[in-house]
Design a protein around this ligand. Sequence first.
Ligand SMILES: [Zn+2]
Length: 300
Amino acid sequence: MKKIKNIAIVGGTHGNEYTGAYLIRQMAQNSFQEQWAELNIELIMANPQAYKKGLRFIDYDLNRSFTKAALADFSLSGYEANRAKALMQKLGSKENPKMDFIMDMHTTTSNMGITIILADNNDYNFKLAAYIQTQIPECYIYYMPAESTMHSTEHCFLIAMAPLGLAIEIGAIPNGVIRHDINKKTQQVIDITLDFINQTNKGCLPKINNPVTVFKHKKTVDYPVDSTGEINAIIHQDLQDRDYQKLTKGDAIFSTIEEQTITYNEDEDLYPVFINEAAYYYKKTAFSLTEKIMVKNTLN
Ligand SMILES: [Zn+2]
């Protein structure tokens, strides 16, 4: 396998997720590159304008802006449409990437602990995620194949700008807040990832979990709305904070404005994530559902 040399570590893709933005500054000040002399590391503050204003984005979600069509469309207006093209100068295009690997740091208001998000079924990415799990047993692996998301054939995420990579999603933490413990956990995932890359570059595959438990994205669930389209229910207290815990038919999921309970009504047991994520209210998304699968690391 080709050596992984050029690595982008990205923070502030969502401007109100301060953990990544802070860690980018911290790594830049602490001569982080010198600790990883065999690798070329680019530290990138992805959405500086949104960060300055403490907003997720100015005009459009930057982490939904990386489709080939959007990157090629110069008639698109708005800060993030331009910012995505500016980032392409550093990251290269999808056809001709400059980076071998991208790590993008995010936080969530949902109780998702340490989550590694994988955007494709690349074998290396799964091995890396499995390795992170051997080092941090409580971390979750959340797999979002392109066909399960809104852009059915192609990912719009920033990490899709390199052949390999992952997003780190840690919570629960409010937007606009920095916590020492969450900084530490995020940095730990970065360090473990770079260590794995270094080891595999030298031709050794560290010991990893096999098979590995993966939560595969299935769909999102919207809040109930009234006749004017306004949300008229909240996440039920029995569902709140129960990310990655099995949902079975009959379990309470919403409490309506009339204090009626709405229950999960599907025959299949699924696993909710992004429960009560603040950033998704504007889309009226209440949570996502995943299926729990086992993935075998075949080359192990
Ligand atoms: Zn984010």
